[in-house]
Write a protein that binds this ligand. Structure first.
Ligand code: TRP
Length: 437
């Protein structure tokens, strides 16, 4: 459940629809599904096995499993850097989500009615300002910190067990509302009728990046989680379960978004603001109950962001503690402070720092690319080569079969084949084509 909480987050509801819209809807989804099941789930099992076998955090895990082969710790280092970048970015987006709770409750969003242009303008005004996005970023970070410092991990587990299913139900309600809007069929077609011409090389790279981001793999976080998995849990089943849940939620989110996009005459490739610009239209078309549904939706989305943020922080904290011996509390505070500071710059790059470019990208865009299409595939490639070709086979069989108590005569050969050939080859092709394009 904790890993589902980590995987299901803004990536499913905010990120998936806008990337999917940009790269051709249905065609993107087909590429995404292939990556999720052939690469993502395999990587998740690999990370779980590396973590549970070694009982270490990313860098030391690689070293502990093959002490005589040097250099593999670097894969873990890339993972830690990626997690750091993702958390900084995540705090900004979670801040937007928190802000939208306030704007829903205060009635500012519903006052915009179903005027799509006004809603879009509201979003860009909100995110490009200085004060309010930073205020909400601060509120969200402090909330995370309080939860962690109070040590109510049990509490958050209970809250998310209750609220996550509620989020799914609410997304289903939104799907129904969205599909029954006038002219919604164009949006359904957009998802179901694949436009392969729009799926460029860049789109395929984005599909891979999104698959890894959404499953929280390719950054070592699942190695940390793997080290917490009880000895008698079935790793294959656990990983498949998480993969299926995560994917279903992403698909439902796009079914809630795209019909409404077309119904409101918005651009499906609307960029990072897509969810924030489309859903208020849907809520406001619900009449009097809109404010209630809108507030509820953004609260649930914030909880999804909260569970993901906390688990990202968990990985960074566990890694730092293992290397320095610092206390968990101190490390948590340190990393929240550092990522919030970077978050301030990411947030400002939506407005006042918009002209500040690194390699031609704003800070926001650069971070978005780093955390999805460059670093995770690299870390994933290292992890899967280590898992398929370097790590002792006996360790893998032992972990997959729980020391011989589960039959693995189908799952092991399948995992082995995918991990040795298909996954590395796929990652390599996508990485090279990404660099060349
Ligand atoms: N998977 C999360 C989402 O879909 C985002 C994420 C990426 C994440 N890497 C992570 C969350 C590591 C926790 C840990 O929103």
């Amino acid at each position: 459940m904790a890993a589902v909480g980590s995987a299901v987050g803004l990536g499913n509801i905010w990120r998936f629809p806008y990337i999917c819209g940009k790269y051709g809807g249905g065609a993107f989804i087909i590429a995404y599904l292939a990556f999720v099941f052939l690469l993502g789930s395999v990587l998740m099992m690999a990370e779980f096995i590396i973590g549970r076998r070694s009982q270490h955090t990313p860098v030391l895990a690689f070293r502990a499993l093959c002490p005589d082969k040097k250099g593999w710790g670097l894969v873990g280092v890339i993972g830690i850097i990626t997690s750091f970048i993702i958390l900084s970015h995540y705090l900004v987006l979670s801040g937007w989500t928190t802000g939208y709770i306030w704007h829903s409750v205060s009635g500012a969003l519903s006052a915009l009615g179903t005027d799509a242009d006004a809603i879009t303008a509201f979003f860009s005004q909100f995110t490009s300002a200085v004060g309010s996005p930073l205020l909400f970023l601060g509120i969200f970070s402090v909330l995370c910190l309080i939860i962690i410092l109070c040590g109510v991990q049990k509490g958050i587990e209970n809250i998310s067990k209750l609220l996550m299913p509620l989020l799914v139900i609410l997304i289903l309600v939104l799907c129904v509302r969205s599909i029954t809007l006038p002219n919604a069929k164009a949006g359904v077609d957009y998802i179901l009728a694949p436009a392969f011409s729009k799926l460029t090389g860049e789109g395929i790279l984005a599909a891979l990046g999104q698959a890894l981001f959404s499953l929280s793999v390719g950054m070592g976080v699942m190695i940390v989680y793997g080290s917490y998995i009880p000895a008698n849990d079935n790793i294959f089943k656990t990983a498949m379960w998480i993969t299926v849940c995560d994917t279903l939620i992403a698909l439902l989110a796009s079914l809630a978004i795209f019909p409404a996009v077309f119904s409101c005459g918005l651009d499906p490739a609307g960029g990072p603001g897509l969810v924030f610009c489309v859903l208020p239209n849907v809520f406001n078309s619900m009449g009097g109950t809109g404010v209630f549904f809108s507030s509820l939706f953004f609260i649930l989305l914030m909880v999804a962001a909260l569970t993901s943020s906390i688990s990202l922080l968990e990985a960074l904290t566990a890694w730092f503690c293992e290397h320095t011996g610092a206390s968990r509390k101190m490390s948590a505070i340190l990393f929240f402070a550092l990522t919030s500071i970077i978050g301030v710059f990411i947030s400002l790059s939506m407005g006042v720092l918009n002209d500040f470019k690194i390699l031609g990208y704003t800070i926001f865009d650069l971070v978005d690319r780093l955390e999805s299409i460059y670093l995770p595939p690299l870390c994933a490639l290292g992890t899967i080569i280590f898992f398929g070709w370097v790590m002792p086979e006996k360790d893998i069989k032992d972990e997959l079969s729980n020391h011989g108590s589960i039959a693995i005569n189908v799952t092991y050969p399948l995992l082995r084949f995918l991990a040795r050939y298909i996954a590395p080859l796929g990652l390599l092709i996508v990485l090279i084509s990404g660099i060349l394009s």
